[in-house]
Design a protein around this ligand. Structure first.
Ligand SMILES: *Cc1c(COP(=O)(O)O)cnc(C)c1O
Length: 426
């Protein structure tokens, strides 16, 4: 009998810890952070000791991991996006296409650069729908930001092909998919730039932090200039044919660099454990007739910390989510779960209202912008439908085979009840 009807829940033990990243903190993180304190050097650009910087080592690690020419560490994922966008020469008057399902910072970064975000549907992978992307291209479109949401690689072949055809810049948002791949290529290495985050909810963390990857000398140099208003004075060698301009301060501290460096060395181990967990659960539920697994454009490259499947309608998904929760497996639908989730465009109030920090100089009304982008809460019905029909379960590297068995049993139990209920109703 279902736990919701007074039966025994499949599981009474707690599910996985909330964080993947910080759960891994051990002697290595302590050693790296303490050595920064021992060196008494917490600022990155310190005299002639630039090569000894923790932050520099972090950049070198990501250059090697993602096989790109340049990496620039910054103080957040948002800063990484802004630096890459400005670095690529995107600004007032330009439209940048982004998916309707991504953290609000993707949209905010475009606006901070004073460009205009254009919101398009995601498909059953919950990443940007390539057809919707192509349909949204106008004469003002300068770039696209595919977002590898919840560790799932986007359909990069199609997105890159369309971008090439229309001569668009591609900036990958890798904030949620550090360590993932698409057809054996590291995420963050396929576009003109890739943007990472080390915030605590990401795969690995430094508390706060971010990183830009690129093969492009000019993007790298301009992003570096934007991340530091005085960069040329620190003795950093930059490409000479790029003119300086005012920047912010997005520098990463040595403490964050050290923490991110220790954590990033654990990425492959974390991900291989996550893959085992996800593969086990997927194998145990894939034959269930009344649920449809999220499409993953390259399952081998999936970071694998999220398990998502769809029910045939919103009502069923809500019931399924409630029943599965009472069986002891925490989960939820993504849309209509009672919170104003900032990952869904309907909750991006300042974007939908075209509101900037000040009335003048607003990206939508400034003279350079000749387009006419429109937003409304019902502009991406497919995205809302998919998110409302989805059941999302967070996975963790420390889940055991026993835990996986519980998840499979609970999902099968609820799915069986739901299909029997359907038969009665018919
Ligand atoms: C977290 C996140 C960001 C922003 O990263 P911060 O480090 O929090 O600034 C950008 N895009 C996506 C998809 C994210 O999940």
């Amino acid at each position: 009998m279902l736990a919701a009807n007074g039966g025994t829940p499949v599981r009474t033990k707690p599910w996985a810890p909330e964080f993947i990243s910080s759960e891994e903190f051990d002697e290595l993180e302590k050693e790296y952070v303490l050595r920064v304190l021992d060196k008494k050097r917490v600022f990155r650009f310190y005299h002639d000791q630039l090569a000894d910087s923790e932050t520099k080592q972090l950049e070198d690690l990501y250059k090697q991991r993602t096989n790109v020419k340049h990496a620039l560490a910054v103080n957040s994922g948002t800063s990484a996006l802004v630096s890459a966008i400005v670095g690529a020469g995107i600004g007032p008057g330009d439209e940048v296409i982004i998916p309707a399902y991504t953290y609000i910072a993707t949209a905010a970064a475009v606006l901070i650069a004073r460009a205009v975000p254009v919101i398009v549907e995601v498909d059953d992978s919950l990443t940007m729908d390539p057809n919707a992307f192509e349909a949204a291209i106008t004469e003002h479109t300068k770039a696209v930001i595919p977002v590898h949401m919840k560790g799932i690689p986007c359909d990069m072949d199609k997105i890159l092909e369309i971008s090439k055809k229309h001569d668009l810049i591609v900036i990958e948002d890798v904030a949620q998919a550090n360590g993932g791949f698409y057809k054996e290529k590291p995420l963050g290495s396929m576009g003109d730039a890739g943007c990472f985050s080390f915030q605590q909810y990401k795969v690995v963390t430094a508390g706060e932090g971010g990183l830009v990857t690129t093969n492009d000398d000019v993007i790298y140099t301009r992003a570096s200039i934007y991340h530091d208003s005085a960069l040329s004075y620190w003795g950093t060698k930059l490409f000479e044919n790029v003119e300086s301009f005012p920047g912010e301060n997005y520098r990463m501290s040595e403490l964050n660099g050290a923490l991110a460096l220790a954590q990033s060395q654990k990425l492959d181990t974390i991900i291989s454990k996550l893959r085992e967990v996800k593969k086990t659960i997927v194998a145990g539920i894939k034959d269930i007739p009344n649920i449809q697994l999220q499409r993953v454009p390259d399952p081998e490259g999936d970071v694998s910390y999220s398990l998502i499947f769809y029910l045939s309608n919103t009502e069923e998904a809500k019931t399924f989510a409630d029943l599965l929760n009472s069986e002891g497996i925490p989960n939820g639908t993504i849309y209509n779960n009672g919170i104003a989730d900032r990952h869904i465009y309907v909750n991006w109030d300042y974007v939908l209202d075209k509101r900037g920090a000040s009335e003048k100089g607003n990206p939508w009304t400034c003279e350079s912008y000749k387009g006419n982008v429109q937003y409304s809460k019902d502009m991406c019905p497919n995205t809302l439908d998919l998110l409302a029909r989805s059941i999302s379960i967070s996975l963790h590297q420390n889940l055991t085979q026993e835990d996986c068995k519980d998840a499979i049993e609970a999902i099968r139990k609820v799915a069986k009840h739901m299909s029997e209920r359907m038969e009665i109703h018919q």
